[in-house]
Design a protein around this ligand. Structure first.
Ligand code: BEZ
Length: 389
């Protein structure tokens, strides 16, 4: 019978003490499933999120918690009707360890439900749907971005301070648009303003003309808007082409001008928006991130790239704590919950509902930048209405 050396014997004993599943997991790659839009009005947002996530993983030598990372991806097309099938491809066909997605608030609802039903870890790198960190919150659901309420509420306060009394709002008719308008209205009306009329069009429509004519006729003091991606480019250009940029100030959640300025050009100059990221923060952390991102992707980063990068940072915090053993879910989640994320936007922690508690910047478009003009709301936490964690 072959004899074991004492070292080999000790190693065999140690391995026997580790459950088999944990050994297999620790040895293999950790599978991350991106469910993001790669086509349609939010395509650029999906790409920036993936880039940001991959950049952080590369900075860790391609590993999280000591395990190499394998990526699989699905284009969700920002289509809620396809969302359940798409997320099930990642959970059931690809057996991902972690879901990362998505951009669109309607699509993320199906992701959160599937993540809950299958107890899959989900990190939301954009979609601001209040329900995700509200009634649908759960130990396995995290967000690295914002709630739709956060930038909107901050802009409502800014509009009050500017002395505006009568506002109109215009957005796409879906969860993100509705919640963004509600957040603005909550702060604006609390401060004594009133919203005269809420204008909508279906997502992802860009037929703005009739609505712009209505704004011109009503002459509010200010217009608040939520648009993003390709739709935001068209809206800002149409607003200026109608001459409204000379008569009725336009303000918005910062998605209106983030990642879009190259295409919006002169039409965007001077616009004020609120968001949890800005150009010109000029901190060592942000400067290093921007340089690394620009070198790697030959592109300037935007808020979506930051959110992807921070989703990876959040996962890295959990994975390091369990040395890559994702079967230790409670310990992994506990480490993510208490992590202080050293984000390019400024360090943040997570609320009880797993949403960033963060500064919301006031930004002004100057040239091709959303220049930071101050902090509109300090350490703003989403109210997490309906979350029972
Ligand atoms: C959303 O649907 O939640 C969303 C989409 C684009 C930018 C911001 C929010």
């Amino acid at each position: 019978m072959p004899r074991l050396s004492s070292l080999a014997f000790a190693t065999a004993l140690a391995l026997a003490a580790v459950p088999l599943a944990a050994q297999a997991q620790a040895a293999g790659k950790v599978k991350v499933g991106f469910m993001l839009p790669y086509t349609g009005t939010f395509a650029a947002l999906g790409v920036a999120i993936e880039n940001g996530f991959r950049l952080h993983v590369e900075e860790q030598g391609g590993k999280l918690g000591g395990r190499e990372v394998e990526f699989v991806k699905v284009d969700d097309e920002s289509d809620p009707a396809k969302a359940t099938d798409n997320v099930n491809k990642l959970i059931k066909r690809d057996n991902v360890d972690v879901l990362v997605g998505t951009v669109h608030s309607g699509v993320v609802m199906a992701m959160a439900k599937a993540a809950k039903d299958n107890n899959t870890l989900l990190i939301v790198p954009n979609a601001g749907a209040g329900a995700v960190t509200g009634p649908m919150c759960g130990p396995n659901i995290f967000r690295s971005s914002f709630s739709n309420w956060q930038p909107a509420y901050a802009m409502g306060e800014v509009a009050v301070k500017k002395g505006y009394k009568k506002a109109m709002t215009i957005t796409w008719k879906y969860a993100a648009g509705d919640e963004s308008v509600a957040g603005f209205k909550e702060a604006f009306e609390k401060g004594g303003g009133s919203v005269m009329k809420e204008l909508n069009l279906p997502f992802p429509g860009v037929e703005f003309q009739a609505l712009l004519t209505e704004i011109a006729a009503a002459k509010p003091d200010v217009v608040y808007t939520f648009f993003a991606g390709g739709g935001a480019v068209k809206f800002v250009k149409d607003y200026a082409a109608a001459g409204l940029n000379k008569t009725v100030p336009l303000v918005g959640a910062g998605f209106l001008t983030d990642g879009t300025l190259e295409a919006q050009g002169d039409a965007a100059q001077g616009l004020l928006t609120t968001l949890h990221y800005a150009d010109g923060l000029n901190t060592p952390r942000d400067n290093a991130f921007r340089l690394a991102y620009a070198k790697t992707f030959k592109l300037q980063p935007d808020v979506y790239a930051v959110q992807g990068y921070d989703a990876a940072q959040m996962l890295a915090a959990g994975m390091s704590a369990v040395k890559g053993d994702t079967s230790k879910r409670d310990a992994l989640v506990a480490a993510m919950e208490k992590a202080r994320i050293d984000s390019p936007r400024g360090a943040f922690t997570l609320s009880k509902a797993h949403n960033p508690v963060q500064d919301i910047y006031l930004r002004k478009v100057e040239g091709k930048e959303n220049k930071v003009a101050g902090v509109a709301a300090k350490a703003l936490s989403d109210p997490a209405r309906g979350c029972k964690l």
